[in-house]
Ligand binder design. Structure first.
Ligand code: FAD
Ligand code: MG
Length: 365
């Protein structure tokens, strides 16, 4: 359990939750003294968050090798998709003047296409073009912001942000259906105004988790959990039993409010107002922004956990649902087969959609 405590110190420093893995870490430490460990835990700081890989049912050497390959893939994705690195493909696109069609790699183009589907279905609540606005708010700044930006700056941003078509994709080849990752020369992206810049913070961690799982599977791993700061996917089981995944209380960060027992192949992703935030004049300002107002979303929710077949979808949906709120958010799920959600209101009350796998624990909020 000591190890878990030091993990929490890191979590506090970086301002994001680690609780989704806490139960797994506890399980590691609860192995009988001297027994061969059944689970191998690997941790790295990537994409501004702690990434934990828990691998079971194989010898340590195989787990180590597979974990290194999975981390290498996540590093590669960060190099393409980070808006925090000036040399990434995303930043290169952001640096070019607006209204210009620019080539985009097949991999990034496919992810943008997937995200734009969520943008359309969420009526713009999920938006991958908010980089100028998220920079203004500075939640990921160094040091992170401690007060809201000047209202004149926000008003200027809002005025110039297009109500539709902020990010456009076009195909010069055989069309969308034939699009492959190798189609680099045939795919182009265009950002509409200076108020638009790519920020894939709400979808690329999920994508990186999916790619890490694919790499682990190629390396012969059947039982694993990949967790990138609350963006999590499981495969297989924990020594024949379901993986136990905890959902953190939005207000008491050392408390688990729900537990999901998952096996097979499933993603579970949480977005919350407690991950990156500051309190200013008694009010909470957090990093999930409503593109309609330019302000932190106030939809009555403090946390949204989405289960879906893949982490890319779950990541995008968890953010979209947070912005949309309970009623519109739950109806968005119907467009995504196999998806389900647990919402926690600002008052700490749970709202579950049909199909959510998990048990709500009766704990004081
Ligand atoms: P989510 O709800 O999944 O996403 C929220 C994030 O998405 C916000 O922080 C913002 O960036 C963006 N966003 C806000 N509102 C919306 C909206 N309505 N629709 C869509 N997107 C929205 N952080 C660092 O501090 N340093 C780094 O170097 C760094 N590198 C990163 C590299 C990559 C490739 C990625 C994917 C993330 C990186 N991050 C980094 C973290 C990033 O800045 C976000 O804070 C983080 O992804 C938030 O994820 P989440 O799961 O907590 O919340
Ligand atoms: Mg997200």
């Amino acid at each position: 359990m000591r190890e878990m405590k030091s993990g929490w110190r890191v979590a506090v420093r970086y301002g994001f939750p680690l609780l989704m893995v806490a139960l797994l870490v506890a399980a590691l430490w609860m192995s009988p003294r001297g027994a061969q460990p059944q689970l191998h835990l690997h941790t790295r700081l990537l994409m501004g968050t702690l990434v934990n890989l828990t691998i079971g049912s194989v010898p340590r050497s195989q787990a180590d090798q597979a974990a290194q390959q999975a981390f290498a893939e996540m590093v590669r994705i960060e190099e393409v998709m980070s808006s925090h690195r000036s040399d990434s493909e995303v930043s290169r696109i952001n640096q070019v003047s607006r209204e210009t069609w620019q080539p985009v790699s097949g991999e990034l183009g496919l992810l943008l296409r997937q995200g734009l589907q969520v943008t359309t279905l969420s009526q713009g609540a999920f938006a991958m073009g908010l980089e100028p606005l998220t920079r203004l708010w500075g939640f990921s700044g160094n040091p992170p912001a401690t007060q809201p930006p000047p209202s004149a700056d926000l008003a200027r941003w809002l005025q110039a942000y297009p109500s539709s078509g902020a990010i456009e994709l076009r195909y010069l080849g055989e069309g969308a259906a034939a699009l492959q990752e190798s189609d680099q020369s045939t795919l182009q992206v265009r950002l509409k105004t200076q108020s638009v810049g790519l920020d894939l913070g709400a979808i690329a961690k999920g994508y990186a988790v999916d790619r890490a799982v694919a790499i682990l599977q190629q390396a012969g791993i059947k039982d694993a959990v990949v967790d990138a700061g609350g963006n999590l996917r499981i495969i297989g089981s924990k020594e024949g039993k379901p993986w136990r995944i905890g959902v953190q209380s939005p207000r008491q960060q050392d408390q688990v409010v729900a537990v999901s027992q998952l096996s097979g192949n499933m993603a579970m992703v949480t977005s919350g107002d407690y991950e990156r935030f500051f309190l200013y004049e008694g009010k909470r300002y957090h990093h999930i922004i409503d593109p309609g107002t330019g302000l932190p979303a106030r939809s009555g929710l403090s946390s949204v956990t989405v289960q879906a077949p893949d982490a890319t979808t779950a990541d995008a949906l968890s953010t979209a649902l947070f912005v949309l709120g309970a009623e519109k958010g739950l109806s968005l799920l119907s467009h995504f087969p196999g998806s389900a959600a647990l919402l926690i209101t600002e008052e700490g009350k749970p709202i579950r959609s049909a199909g959510f796998v998990g048990e709500w624990l009766s704990v004081p909020q």
